[in-house]
Design a protein around this ligand. Structure first.
Ligand code: B12
Ligand code: SF4
Length: 482
């Protein structure tokens, strides 16, 4: 049988390893077409290279899924090792990074093909061509080389996902991906791809062209039922960038979960305005069907910043949705972001005030902070370049692109240091989420230390007094925030 090997490269830090859904999705039609697929996840095997090289032997090609950032460095080492061991086996890169920067990716001599956008169809067609000895040129979304020179083809349109077979979970060692999160056995699952919005910092817009496609409700609930009944999953974390685009679909999914008596809780991402615009009965149905946490992009307490990033929400919406979540009993997990082009320092104050507003309404919330980084494909990317951001000129250069570094030359490093301190340490300690609350509730010296840190952080945030932040420096030296 003809074989394809798929590799998920390592990430820098990942305490809980989520299922490699991008590769499971790519594997589904390959398997349905009769190919043997071996999925090797570098995050769960140590050392991973011998296993990858053993799997690659005799494969039609080796496909790697790559996000912008540190994952690139492992993807580069793995690709080089494959080429060295098997010069004739093509190496294929897919995922967000390669899709956004296919030319730079293909400039490397250890990468033969890039598949842009959704990989399901192109990956299968490429396997067929390599098996049959026909030319793969002309496959939609496939970029290749002629005489060593990259040939970049158009970014493909988003295709209906219902035409693809169900995401296979039997090709991974599922127990390695059961994460203690919302439930003791939380599993990642995706039910849709794309997002119709275009937030300035988000690569989704270019990847899927503001399109959105979802599995039918019947199919989603069939998949979930299998995960619950066959694998003992008791919570689902939807990987959809925007689970709630179709009210009708959400309604039908929730009704079916209830009708079938499926017992699990779930979490998903939603835009604040979207959830507010849902009728109250639908929001209740969402809760009744097991939703216990929503990830909401609050982003900033500054209305000017929200407009700049095209968020199409207001600070009042954030407060309103906090109230809604509080009444329903759903944890509101907010994300905030700092460092947008031209951001005035007073935005920290606006965002801290917004968090205080949320806290006054809803104790059952979490807040996570990030520093803006111009990801390729994000609408604000060009603006960042205009303002002095110098995109790395090589693939390996992008491996150093992570959120801990400064990629925003318009930002004063002292401001970045202050924001990092607040988002990594004081913000989470002052507004602890369930995980931190649990640590604070523990007995002994550890519980006491967490409670003391909470008190100190609350005092500092309340007074906006971050002078001589000894506790933050100590924590940083010991490596880590929360
Ligand atoms: C789960 C997730 C994670 C997980 C784990 C990843 C995993 N297990 O897959 C964790 C938490 C580790 C993570 C971390 C980060 N993530 Co993340 N994550 C996601 C999320 C929510 C879901 C990924 C997923 O499973 N999608 C479902 C699958 C089916 O879709 P897909 O990924 O688009 O895959 C398709 C195509 O890309 C393509 N494809 C993908 N791989 C391959 C490989 C081959 C060979 C082929 C042919 C095709 C192909 O075909 C697939 C099927 O259609 C996405 C958003 C999203 N909904 O996609 C963000 C997303 C991928 N993450 C993103 C980011 C920015 C990050 C972080 C930097 C965030 C942070 N704050 O630190 C980190 C760092 C990662 C790193 N580089 O080290 C960005 C990526 C932007 C970019 N340019 O790379 C995304 C798109 C979010 C966003 N909208 O901005 N993430
Ligand atoms: S941040 Fe969320 S809502 Fe905005 S474009 Fe990205 S996925 Fe869509």
């Amino acid at each position: 049988m003809s074989k394809v090997t798929l590799v998920f490269p390592r990430l820098k830090r990942e305490s809980n390893v989520w299922a490699p859904l991008p590769l499971q999705a790519v594997a589904a039609p390959l398997i349905a077409d009769g190919f043997e697929v071996e999925l090797v996840d570098g995050r769960v095997i140590n050392p991973h290279l011998p296993k990858i090289l053993a799997a690659a032997r005799g494969s039609l090609y080796v496909g790697l899924s790559v996000m912008t950032g540190w994952q690139i460095s492992d993807a580069v080492s793995v690709s080089r090792a494959i080429k060295e061991a098997y010069p004739d086996i093509p190496v294929v890169w897919g995922g967000y990074h390669a899709s956004m920067l296919p030319e730079q990716t293909l400039a490397e001599n250890y990468i033969d093909y890039v598949i842009r956008g959704q990989g399901q169809i192109a990956a299968t067609e490429l396997a067929r061509c390599l098996r049959d000895g026909t030319s793969p040129e002309g496959i939609t979304g496939l970029c290749y080389k002629v005489d060593g020179k990259p040939v970049i083809t158009e970014h493909p349109k988003l295709l209906e996902v219902d035409q693809f077979p169900s995401t296979p979970y039997d090709i991974i060692d599922i127990e390695k991906y059961m994460v203690p999160d919302l439930g003791t056995r939380t599993m990642k699952y995706f039910s849709s791809q794309g997002c119709p919005f275009g937030c300035g910092f988000c690569a989704e817009t270019s990847m899927y062209g503001r399109g959105w496609v979802g599995f039918s409700p019947e199919r989603v609930v069939d998949d979930l039922e299998r995960l619950v009944n066959d694998y003992g999953v008791n919570a689902i974390d939807f990987a959809d960038t925007n689970f709630f685009v179709s009210k009708k679909r959400v309604h039908a999914i929730c009704e079916k979960i209830i009708e079938r008596g499926l017992k699990f809780t779930w979490a998903a991402d939603v835009r604040t305005k979207q959830f507010i615009d849902f009728p109250a009965e639908l929001r209740q149905l969402v809760y009744d069907a097991g939703c216990r946490r929503l990830l909401l992009g609050a982003e900033s307490g500054s209305q000017a910043a929200l407009e700049q990033i095209g968020k199409q929400t207001t600070v009042d919406d954030t407060l309103h949705v906090s109230r809604i979540c509080d009444r329903l009993g759903i944890i509101a997990r907010f994300t905030t972001m700092f460092g947008f082009p031209g951001e005035p320092e007073k935005d920290i104050e606006a965002t801290l005030r917004m968090i205080e507003g949320i806290k006054a309404i809803n104790e059952n919330f979490e807040v996570h902070g990030f520093f803006f980084a111009p990801y390729p494909g994000a609408p604000l990317y060009d603006e960042a370049v205009r303002l002095g951001f110098k995109p790395p000129e090589t693939l390996e250069g992008w491996a150093d692109f992570d959120l801990t570094r400064l990629h925003t030359p318009w930002v004063d490093p002292v401001y970045k240091e202050k924001v990092d301190m607040i988002i990594d340490f004081y913000m989470p300690f002052a507004s602890p989420g369930p995980e931190l609350k649990q640590k604070m509730a523990a007995g002994g010296p550890k519980g006491y230390a967490y409670r003391s840190m909470h008190k100190l952080a609350s005092w500092r945030v309340g007074k906006r007094d971050f002078r001589v932040p000894i506790e933050w420096q100590l924590k940083k030296r010991r490596g880590g925030g929360k």
